[in-house]
Design a protein around this ligand. Sequence first.
Ligand code: ZN
Ligand code: ZN
Length: 475
Amino acid sequence: MKRSLKSVILFTVSAILISGFNLFVSGQELFIPALSSGLKVHLADRYFEVFPKIVPADKETTIQIISRYETFPKPEHTYRFVYTPVGRYAHITGWIKAVAEEIIPQNNVFEIKKFFESEQEHIIRLEEVNSEGKAKEIGTFHFYSLKPDLFVLRPFKGDIHMHSFRSDGREAPGYVVGACRRAGLDFMALTDHRNYSASIETIELFKDLPIDLKIFPGEEVHPPDNPVHFISFGATEGITELYRDDDSVYRKEVQAIMEKLGQLPEDVDRFQYASSVWAFQKIRERGGLGIFAHPYWRPGNANYISYALVDYIFENRIFDALELISGFGWSELQTVDVNNLQVAKYLEAKSKGYKIPVVGISDSHGCEVSDMFGRYYTICFASSVELPELIKAIKEEMSVAVETPAGRLPRAYGPFRLVNYSHFLLRYVLPLHDEMCFEEGRLMLEYAGANAEVIEQLKLLRGQVEKYYNQVWAK
Ligand SMILES: [Zn+2]
Ligand SMILES: [Zn+2]
């Protein structure tokens, strides 16, 4: 298609005008400061309490929008709202387009009863109309209806790959744990290189403290003569101990695996592959989750392991979970976008019908010196934040990997259903959660820094997220 110069200019100018207009309309959102997790609290969630926000699908539920700082109704004003089901599932309700409905607030409460059809997000925009008929938006409120299987689960944020100075990280193990809570995580595991005991140290340090962060054991595993990195999450023992002082048994066991392998594709190192099978077996035998770490990490100019080996590990899926999103900061991503490659590989494997459980992690080596810490994590959809439930959730593909590159746009990766739901959670539920966690984390950092006086304050904070979630989810 050929266009005249004049029409191109006109088109460009109008495009600028349109985008400029959008910028103006949504402009106030741009200036909301981010939390340390990278998330931002939606404006309406600052000024109003909205309960419940997560409701059962295909049922009528009454939601309440409670004004906390401004009094409603005002004299000589009327109120109306516009309801929209985002996914347009409206077979039962017959919804066709957004229509304003009258509402009368009472004692600062806007109460709305709706049939929330199917599994989707729902938006309610509240407006105030003055005596001259001029309308003003009060706020836009977001809800999500869920089918029963997902409705009974809760989202738990965790990072299960990070380092302290027990290996090559910057801070003390206790510091890393406190910083995890400060960044809004519900569970974590310290995974120092060749060091399981550092994770046990973190559990011991906080074990008598009244806190809601769950701390689990972990380790980054590097078996002899195998360059592949593994994360052992939740295992009852260290893997490194199996060869630290004497690797003869390790070598014998890997040899036995090699003998049973048969023909391997070209460029797949037989020992490396057999040793990888061995590592995942040992982690699993100890009740842990074996994670294939950063398959497309490129230190220097070459991928850290051969592409052929990555391909073969994917074809055979010897891992329990894939590190889909790894902690790579904004500047590192300019050279090689490891996460983009990992996501592409994941999608290709999924298109073959493979089951690929995923996690997102920070691989942080310093909580205060990177834009990854607290901003690369996993959301597990589980019935509780206990270890067996979390491992089960990940293995059953009930988790998503989240990245917030440069601390900006939160992106979730995994099954579409969970990603869509996570979009809602990351904007309208988790920001307040993260903010609540911040104070507990700050006090935990104090405690790790030898200030035991904070225990009384921690007691007061205990259970705040649970209380919040009890209001967010419909009874
Ligand atoms: Zn590694
Ligand atoms: Zn690491």
